[in-house]
Design a binder for this molecule. Sequence first.
Ligand SMILES: [Zn+2]
Length: 452
Amino acid sequence: MNKALELKERILGRIFSEDAIYERIKDLCLMGSRFAGTESEKEAQQYMLKFLKAQGIDAFTHEFEYQGWIRGECSFDIESSKFKKEFPAISLVLAPSTHGETVEGNIIDGKGGSETELNRIKDSIPGKILMINSGDTEEGWLHRRIKYANAVDFGAKVFVFANHNPGQLFPTGSVRSNRIGEIPAIGISKETYELVKEIITKEDHVNCKVKVSNETPRLTSKHIIWEIPGEIKDEVIVIGGHYDGHDIGQGAVDNAASIAAILELARLYKKFNYVPKRTLRFIAFAVEEFGVVGSTIYANDVDLSDVVAMINLDGLVGHIPKHITCSGIEDLFVEINILKNQLLYDPKISKNIVTASDNYPFFLKGIPNVCIFGEKPDPRVGRGYGHTSADTFDKITRLDAKLSLAFAFVFIDVFSRIEKFPKRLSENEIIKILRDTKLEDQLKLLEKWPFK
Ligand SMILES: [Zn+2]
């Protein structure tokens, strides 16, 4: 048997014969959310640096400043002639404080919150407290930040984001990227949403009161970066994933488990003296949950001239199959399909463009990129338990963790051997892809359209 294959088999055997990946996931989840600006974020940085040092890897950091946000109290009251109740609610990330004031007004339902849906009730929105649910809109799935931007544009006074999944879970997430939003924004459970909708259809005058107190300091954070030199040293593949989660939970699938996977890869590579075809630059990204802030700053700050491709892991461990998105890049889609037969098991391969994760800033630089995540309909991935307090380590099985790590190991190995990577996209080619996929308007609402 040839040496490279023998080494690959030994590493795969080791992945399945020990529980290291699962222990690593638990370590990262038990330290807390790793939410930007918290002590657990600092603890995660120290944990990664210490772990890498123990493997004999010199990691370095990339520090940056960003718009911080610290959660405070939140109250949500509903009053009518027959009904008076305070419901549990939480503020969304980067939503402003009401500075001790209570914001008061009528509450209405904006359903999925797409432009079409809101246009239908446009005259009744200005000055109102607007509920929008996290489920699909009439035009399909829309990111929370687009729904918030729509609520602001239509003149709502408060954005109430209701979970579309049951379980008394509050959804969270950022409302803007690296800046404080214009109007208060709170998350409520599906059960609260259904009850409030019922009250407003039965009664004429339903008053709603919202009070939130959040702090908004400027803060700094850092990415943790390390390299595994390849046979072709000066061609680099960036492999990234964010280590921050949301402050209301553990952020286990999103995204502690992906970080556990890249740390385990570091350990296994060193242990078995594995040399990849090209140099692998691993980056544990900070401050992704504030609107892909950390990786955007990184991609704009750092010389990326030696980077030939980028692999982003966001929700890698969650479910089989894996979904590999090729960012609308035809040549990359062809290449990934060619190497499909060498993978451990069949993934879903698509030309989808993930714009709300750490691959997107690299896409905007024209770099061929993929995002890998566990595919729906498993409730553990995406906006099932994701971005709620239920995204916890116990949802991940040991087998899933091992299968996901093994998949990542094999994928990165064969990906790094691609004969010739597609060349970088020009600005015109990037714009064409985004226009062809009808993403331009959405990206403008998200403030993720850097072109003229
Ligand atoms: Zn994520």
